[in-house]
Design a protein around this ligand. Structure first.
Ligand SMILES: [Zn+2]
Length: 221
């Protein structure tokens, strides 16, 4: 992280705390402390990361995956050797989608399970796991850019590049494009001070990544 050199990696674990050193608005370096969740529930969330790693050549540096109770609105974070998911933040994004599109989510989840009808609580749980998986895919996209220097159509926009690579990963793992697009739309940024692209920009970059992976799959088929 810029302005906070001398700590590599810029984070450490102490018991149930994850401590990340980073610059504040005034440029000073301070420690941010987050409460770790050692066994995220449900466990599928952790398996997703292993499946993503299997898609690519071994990374020279393997980022550790950590879950924290809350990342205070950020949902996900990538820094040197570390990917973090905020469980409550992911839940909040899932709930936001659920409140807006509950019936659509239920139909989509049923469709993805061969037409088998899920009850609302099961659908909601599926959505939460799905959102957490997309956050990991985005952060892993940052790691692929950093450690494997993968190509991107957005050379000057690391956030769009990470969304693009999340799309590649999801296409390779056959994750649903409609729900995936909805998640990236939901985490788009509106208003001043945005570091991430807009809802449309994020969904677009994600779909571009999926299309890129589809072409690759066709060529190698
Ligand atoms: Zn990012």
């Amino acid at each position: 992280m810029l302005g906070c050199t001398g700590h590599t990696p810029p984070w450490r674990i102490r018991g149930n705390e994850l401590i990340i050193r980073g610059p504040q608005n005034d440029g000073r370096c301070t420690d941010e402390r987050y409460l770790r969740v050692s066994d995220p529930h449900p466990p599928e969330i952790g398996n997703a990361y292993r499946e993503m790693l299997d898609l690519f050549p071994p990374l020279p540096v393997l980022p550790r995956l950590e879950f924290v109770r809350s990342l205070r609105g950020k949902a996900g974070l990538f820094t040197e050797r570390l990917i973090v998911v905020g469980v409550m933040d992911a839940l909040e994004i899932a709930e936001q989608i659920w409140r807006r599109h509950r019936d659509w989510v239920m139909r989509r989840v049923a469709y993805l399970h061969g037409g088998q009808r899920f009850d609302p609580e099961m659908s909601r749980r599926f959505l939460f796991v799905f959102v957490a998986g997309r956050i990991i895919a985005h952060e892993f996209g940052h790691a692929l850019r950093r450690y494997l220097d993968v190509w991107t159509p957005y050379p000057f926009d690391e956030e769009a590049s990470a969304d693009f690579w999340a799309g590649v990963i999801d296409r390779l793992r056959r994750k649903d494009h409609e729900l995936g697009q909805e998640v990236f739309f939901a985490i788009g940024c509106d208003g001043p001070g945005c570091r991430h692209p807009t809802p449309d920009g994020r969904a677009h970059a994600y779909l571009a990544g999926r299309a890129h992976a589809s072409r690759f799959i066709e060529q190698t088929a």
